[in-house]
Design a binder for this molecule. Structure first.
Ligand SMILES: [Cu+2]
Length: 183
């Protein structure tokens, strides 16, 4: 069930039959009961092969029949997307690949600088015995050891927001990664 704007609150949710928030679904056809409870807000759902929305300015109860395929889906209020949004994955989603490096001299990097939510594989090339690579942000806190040198791979799930990376030994070595919802 999809719900938005109960008592004109800035709340939006998509839950399964048991009431749990939807984070992952198998591909297939689903009926979604949509309760757009506020004239201020709407419920918009988009992703591969799906583009649905209730109207802002209306209170609506509708049922959408949608077919989800492998990929990432976003739901949001079109009037307030920055504060009212969510996302989930369907089926197999290939992880985004990111490349992190620290050293050999005083350098640190993570590429790309902006990426999408979802599963990600981060390859860390730690080329320094005096610095490490430490990534923190929504749901993630991972680091290499300062004395360690070598290559490691981290599998993480990136959520919307800003992640920070740094060396724990030299505060000037740092940067950030911005994670966005699919457009
Ligand atoms: Cu809204």
């Amino acid at each position: 069930m999809a719900s938005v704007g109960r008592n004109d609150s800035f709340a939006i949710s998509l839950s399964d039959a048991s009431g749990s928030p939807v984070t992952h679904l198998d591909p297939g056809t689903y009926d979604i009961e949509v309760r757009d409870l506020s004239e201020m807000h709407n419920f918009r759902l988009h992703g591969p092969g799906v583009q649905q929305a209730t109207a802002v300015g209306n209170v609506e109860n509708v049922v959408w029949t949608v077919t989800f395929a492998d990929g990432k889906y976003v739901f949001e209020c079109a009037a307030h997307p920055s504060s009212m949004s969510g996302w989930f994955t369907v089926g197999d989603v290939a992880p985004t690949k990111l490349a992190a490096a620290v050293g050999p001299k005083r350098s640190i990097s993570l590429k790309p600088k902006i990426t999408e939510v979802g599963p990600a594989t981060i390859t860390v090339n730690d080329r320094s015995r005096v610095d490490n690579f430490h990534l923190t942000g929504p749901g993630v806190n991972k680091k290499t050891a300062v004395v360690f040198r070598g290559r490691v791979t981290w599998n993480v799930t990136l959520r919307p927001g800003t992640y920070s990376y740094r060396s724990d030994k030299h505060k000037s070595l740092r940067g950030s990664l911005i994670v966005t919802l699919p457009a």
